[in-house]
Ligand binder design. Sequence first.
Ligand SMILES: Nc1ncnc2c1ncn2[C@@H]1O[C@H](COP(=O)(O)OP(=O)(O)OP(=O)(O)O)[C@@H](O)[C@H]1O
Length: 493
Amino acid sequence: MASLLKELPSMSTILSLYASISGLSMLIRTILNEMIPRGMRDLIAKNFSDFFATYFSSDFTFIIEDRWQAVENETFRAVEVYLPTKVGPSTKSLLIGTNDTNNIFAPPKPGVPVDVKVVDFFQGMHFEWTLCEKEAKKYYHRQKKFFELKCKSNYREQVMQSYLPYISKTAAAILNNRETLNICTYDNEDSTWESTVFKHPATFDTLAMDPDLKKFIIEDLDLFVQRKDYFQSVGRAWKRGYLLYGPPGTGKSTLVAAIANYLRFNIYDLQLQGVRNDAQLRRILTSTTNRSILLIEDIDCSTKSSRSRDRNKNPKEDHDDDDDEGSDQLDNKLSFDPGVTLSGLLNFIDGLWSSCGDERIIIFTTNYKEKLDPALLRPGRMDVHIYMGHCTPAAFRKLAFKYLGIKEHVLFKCIEDLIQSPVITPAEVAQHLMKRGEPQVALQSLIEFISMKEAEMVEKNEAKKDEQEVIKEEVGKQDEKQSKILTTSAYLT
Ligand SMILES: Nc1ncnc2c1ncn2[C@@H]1O[C@H](COP(=O)(O)OP(=O)(O)OP(=O)(O)O)[C@@H](O)[C@H]1O
């Protein structure tokens, strides 16, 4: 111990060493202050402190689950779109595949496999992403997916303020420029939306319909996507409902395809028949993503009309129906499934659940608007009602150009005269124009078809007239009989 104390430097040596170090540091500081400008000095100091803070900072993990408070988590969706673009050499495996069933040569798209680390750099920060899966507690619940984002804990603020908004923006740009759209149908067994590539060639340009109506729809869609702030300021959900009605083959489905292609929105095609109850309907609807179209075709088959078909099966229901005839019947069960109500559906359209999700288009189609429940037609429910009617001369010219590549023909005048009255649908016109050979052959066959349909219609109308005459005569006879009875009873009293 004594020898150890002897080896220690003396107090005066320590003091003189301290004096020399502080003198040297003052000299260095003075030189640096003289030579390096203030801005540069601050930057160096900041980088030094950042480096030490990062180096000694502990790790932090963000968890981004696929659902957020009962709805789809848009942050999860954004990361799902963004992350495959960051798969680099440090990633150990890659998920690849394509859902383009129309094209077996379609190049596979990359995806992020479960439990594989993906590294990303943003503004000098280093991030590690992993997609994880959590087993469902019950066999009929779907597996939960979530992303883990690992970073230094002092990046937290920047992740929230800049990194995640940057990811959302990038994902939106990727989705906007995507080449293919998806159409999704609900798989009841797996309780998920199954998607497949949607490659419908219909556009507003190929759609044969009244030019003013077409212009109106395009302007309405443009206005809708531009008015996020407006919807917020008037306290309405950023949604737009379209009811397309008209006879079969007039282009309702084609218009839906044209809208999807125009807006670059995916389509969720929901068959209400398969939905068990309102709770499931809510789950299905809240698991659709933003910037999408919810399509429910033949909505009339889900309401009053189909229920009346079922009446024959259940006389008790028949009795119930008679009681509330003419009312909104909001709480009546839809016929195909006693668990789904129209009110459940309306709740999502303009009720409390309507605020779930942004930038949604809801489209109902029907061949029989008159059969729809009045509750569905009330102002404010479906914003725009669009009638898709029989083929007009303008629509015919559009189809002729589309199918035959001609703008004029000697037979056009004859066809235009024939279709002044609503006899033929665009689908029927298209069917004839698709015939192989010279345009003359196709147009001739179309003329014959329209003439035949017109003759059929005249015949039907005549038959109807005759029937009405007979009924009128019958009613007249009944009235006469009744008045005789009344006169007799008046005499008797
Ligand atoms: N207005 C139209 N413009 C262009 N093509 C049309 C039009 N209407 C119908 N067609 C053609 O007819 C076919 C059937 O049309 P579509 O399925 O869109 O009719 P729909 O009104 O939806 O019929 P449904 O009520 O039976 O579902 C389409 O494949 C399309 O090629």
